[in-house]
Design a protein around this ligand. Structure first.
Ligand code: ITT
Length: 194
């Protein structure tokens, strides 16, 4: 499927790993993903949805948004830690990192975790649409692999033995939370371009 004259979509992120994953997925549809360089208020909130909505509403009030853009907010929710780091995933990754998470987990056997992504699509004049995706899995006992970014070396998607960081971008893309949200985005955009 190639969309009818979709025009570029901007991605608001400081994370080039996301740009790579999202760009690779939308390119075959004829949608060019460009990096948007602008600050985004990461509100302190209880859910990924609230973080996206609050930040996008602030931008809408500030005005001066040229075209459609997307903002992805993701988090790793670990069952045994009551959903932590969840909405604090970026802060936790910057501070204690993967090693800190492995220390918190110790040798407990309950290693279930879910990666969640919420993508907000902002279209001038049409407002905000949210798309969600998740990937269930488990936390490994040690860091493994060099691909990907963030928590990839400690997350094993369900049905696999390797971590995301031991997979190629294409393999991770076939399973990941982000891609599930992007598929929702693609369906939505193709309905819009009708
Ligand atoms: P933005 O500029 O787009 O906000 P970010 O890296 O801060 O980039 P998030 O807030 O969405 O992204 O992500 C929260 C944390 O979770 C952050 O440390 C990411 O590295 C990590 N993360 C997000 N998606 C991931 C993925 O697919 N694999 C591994 N870690 C991921």
């Amino acid at each position: 499927m190639v969309m009818k004259d979709p025009g570029p979509i901007y991605l608001l992120t400081g994370n080039t790993g996301k740009l790579k994953e999202i760009g690779r997925w939308l390119q075959p549809l004829g949608v060019e993903v460009r990096l948007m360089e602008r600050t985004f208020l990461e509100a302190q909130a209880d859910s990924l949805e609230e973080v996206i909505l609050t930040g996008m509403e602030v931008m809408e009030k500030e005005g001066d948004i040229e075209g459609p853009f997307i903002k992805d907010d993701s988090g790793l929710f670990i069952d045994a830690l009551g959903g932590f780091p969840g909405v604090y995933s970026a802060y936790v990754q910057r501070t204690i990192g993967n090693k800190g998470i492995l220390d918190l987990m110790g040798d407990r056997n309950d290693r279930g975790a879910t990666f969640r992504t919420v993508i907000g699509l902002y279209q001038p004049g049409e407002g905000i649409t949210l798309l969600r995706g998740e990937c269930p899995g488990a936390i490994s006992f040690e860091e493994r692999g060099k691909q990907g970014f963030g928590y990839d070396p400690i997350f094993i998607p369900r049905g696999e033995e390797r971590t995301f960081a031991e997979m190629s971008v294409d393999e991770k893309n076939s399973l990941s939370h982000r891609i599930r949200a992007i598929k929702g985005l693609i369906d939505y955009l193709s309905r819009c371009s009708g």
